[in-house]
Design a protein around this ligand. Structure first.
Ligand SMILES: CC(C)(COP(=O)(O)OP(=O)(O)OC[C@H]1O[C@@H](n2cnc3c(N)ncnc32)[C@H](O)[C@@H]1OP(=O)(O)O)[C@@H](O)C(=O)NCCC(=O)NCCS
Length: 159
């Protein structure tokens, strides 16, 4: 298995992977397609296994007002056939070591069972606009001391 950044030619495979990993919703596929179309600055990596894209992860800016205050980890996805075999963990461990990621505060909305193994902890502040009580909102290296609603890139839609 190889991990690398996707090229433009690979984007269509990334969309196919996201559609298979999130079969009930177009949200994640549309989100990544729009981030690509708009050239929104993101950090992203894919896992390749025998010429197939089997996993994807992206990070985009998190905002406090107009100021960047960290990165949102979203989405991460593994092809259904390859889930629960350590692929998602390997991709995330790789991403967390990268220069652009390794010192930044990180936020993620997701299943604590998966993210707690990487050092993410329940986030009290800031508040996530998509999860008003922050039930599934986690952070890493977050030293926020004031109350605010964390901002996302516009492609994520309205919270
Ligand atoms: C969530 C996801 C990225 C995890 O990747 P993965 O390769 O399947 O996960 P790993 O094999 O590395 O799992 C590591 C641990 O995370 C936890 N975990 C992974 N997926 C889980 C799930 N669906 N429910 C509960 N715990 C889960 C488990 O503790 C697992 O260890 P175990 O298999 O020994 O119990 C992947 O399953 C996926 O793409 N799911 C569908 C899309 C999705 O929900 N993405 C996340 C939201 S953006």
């Amino acid at each position: 298995m190889k991990i690398r950044k996707p090229t433009r030619e690979i984007y269509v495979k990334v969309s196919a992977l996201l559609s298979s990993a999130f079969p009930k919703s177009r949200y994640e596929t549309k989100l990544v397609e729009e981030l690509h179309e708009n050239d929104t600055p993101i950090h992203e990596w894919i896992c390749i296994h025998i010429n197939k894209v089997i996993a994807y992860v992206a990070f985009s800016n998190a905002y406090n007002g107009s100021e960047v205050c960290g990165l949102h980890l979203a989405p991460i996805a593994v092809a259904p056939k390859f889930q629960r075999q350590g692929v998602g963990s390997e991709l995330l461990r790789f991403a967390l070591r990268q220069e652009a990621i390794k010192e930044s505060p990180l936020f993620v909305l997701g299943n604590p069972k998966f993210y707690k193994g990487f050092g993410f902890e329940h986030c009290t502040i800031p508040t996530c606009p998509f999860d008003k009580e922050n039930r599934h909102f986690l952070s890493l290296r977050n030293t926020t001391a004031t109350r605010f609603i964390v901002g996302y890139e516009p492609e994520f839609g309205q919270g």
